[in-house]
Design a protein around this ligand. Structure first.
Ligand SMILES: [Zn+2]
Ligand SMILES: [Zn+2]
Length: 282
C-alpha cells in the first residue's frame, strides 16, 4: 500500500504491540497512517503475558520506572516475534506533578526500531481520570461509589480479606461480590479497574500519547531526514525579569537526532516571572 502520508522509514513495516488489553483499537489506526501495520503476539500464535511486568492491582509489582517497564516490554516482544519494530505502552496514576491534589494519568508509548536503532516516545498527561478507591461498609455505599466513577462503562475491582476480584462489569456481579465480602468482614475496598479495555478514559489518554508519538515520528531531522527529531535535553537557567539571575525554568530546548547526532538549540523564552526566582520570591 502506498500512502502519501507514510513516513518512508516506516512504510510497509509491521510492528508488534506488546499488549493484551485491547490498546490496539486506538494505537493501530494512527500508526497505519504512517505505513505501519500493528499486530499482536496472539495473531502469530505467540503467548505474551504483559502482567508479568506489573499490574495496577499490585499482585505483580512493576520492576523499575515507567520508562523501563515499557522498554522491557518492547524488547521482549521483539525477541519473541523476531520483528524489528515494537510498540509498548505503560500507564501510571498518581498526583499531578504541578497540582498535587488532582489525580492524573500519565501514559507513555514507546516505538522501538531495531533496524534504525531508534527509540521514540509519545507521552500524554491527563487529569481526566476516574482513578479512585473507597472502603465501603454497605451495598448502598458500594453502589454510590460505582455511580461516581462511571460504572459500568468503567469497571471495578473488589478487594476483600481473602480475595481480589478484577473486571467487575455488571451491577449484578458487583452486588453479589459486595454482599459476599460483607458477610466475611465489616468492609471491602472498591477500586477502579485501570486496565485499558476496562477504562474508556484511560484508553483516550493512550490515544493522546499515540497522537504525540505520531507527531514526533513526523518530525524529520533537518540534517539527515531521519524521523523522530525531538527534544533531547532541556537547559534550565531562564533569567529572572527583575534581577536577571538564572532560575530553574527552561531557557532552551535542545533537539537531537538519534541517527546522525545533529543538535539544534531552540530558545523557549527570554525572561522568567520573578515568582520563580529564588532571590526575588523566596
Ligand atoms: Zn530575581
Ligand atoms: Zn539526523
Amino acid at each position: 500500500m502506498s500512502d502519501a502520508n507514510a513516513v518512508p522509514q516506516f512504510a510497509n513495516r509491521t510492528a508488534v504491540l506488546a499488549t493484551m488489553h485491547g490498546k490496539e483499537q486506538v494505537i493501530a489506526p494512527l500508526l497505519a497512517e504512517l505505513g505501519i501495520t500493528v499486530i499482536l503476539p496472539a495473531q502469530l500464535n505467540l503467548a505474551f503475558n504483559t502482567d508479568q511486568f506489573g499490574t495496577f492491582s499490585r499482585e505483580v509489582k512493576r520492576a523499575g520506572s515507567q520508562r523501563e517497564a515499557a522498554q522491557t516490554k518492547a524488547k521482549q516482544a521483539m525477541q519473541l516475534t523476531g520483528l524489528d519494530l515494537a510498540i509498548a505502552s505503560e500507564g501510571a496514576f498518581g498526583p499531578h506533578p504541578a497540582l498535587p491534589y488532582l489525580p492524573c494519568n500519565r501514559e507513555l508509548l514507546l516505538l522501538l526500531d531495531g533496524k534504525a536503532e531508534l527509540e521514540i516516545w509519545g507521552e500524554a498527561l491527563s487529569t481526566a481520570t476516574n482513578f479512585a478507591q473507597a472502603e465501603v461498609h454497605s451495598l448502598a455505599e458500594a453502589l454510590q461509589f460505582a455511580q461516581k466513577i462511571g460504572f459500568p462503562q468503567h469497571c471495578l475491582m473488589l478487594r476483600s480479606k481473602d480475595q481480589l476480584l478484577k473486571g467487575i462489569t455488571s451491577e449484578a456481579e458487583l452486588t453479589s461480590a459486595v454482599e459476599r465480602g460483607l458477610t466475611a468482614s465489616a468492609a471491602v475496598t472498591l477500586e477502579t479497574d485501570m486496565r485499558a479495555h476496562y477504562n474508556p478514559q484511560r484508553m483516550q489518554v493512550i490515544q493522546q500519547a499515540t497522537e504525540n508519538l505520531v507527531q514526533k515520528l513526523r518530525q524529520p531531522c533537518p540534517n539527515c531526514g531521519w524521523p523522530g527529531f525531538d527534544i533531547a535535553e532541556r537547559q534550565p537557567g531562564l533569567p529572572c525579569a527583575w534581577c536577571h539571575q538564572p532560575t530553574e525554568l527552561t531557557l532552551a530546548n535542545i533537539y537531537g537526532c538519534q541517527h546522525c547526532g545533529h543538535r539544534q538549540v531552540e530558545t523557549v523564552a527570554s525572561q522568567a516571572d520573578p515568582a520563580h526566582c529564588a532571590y526575588c520570591n523566596p
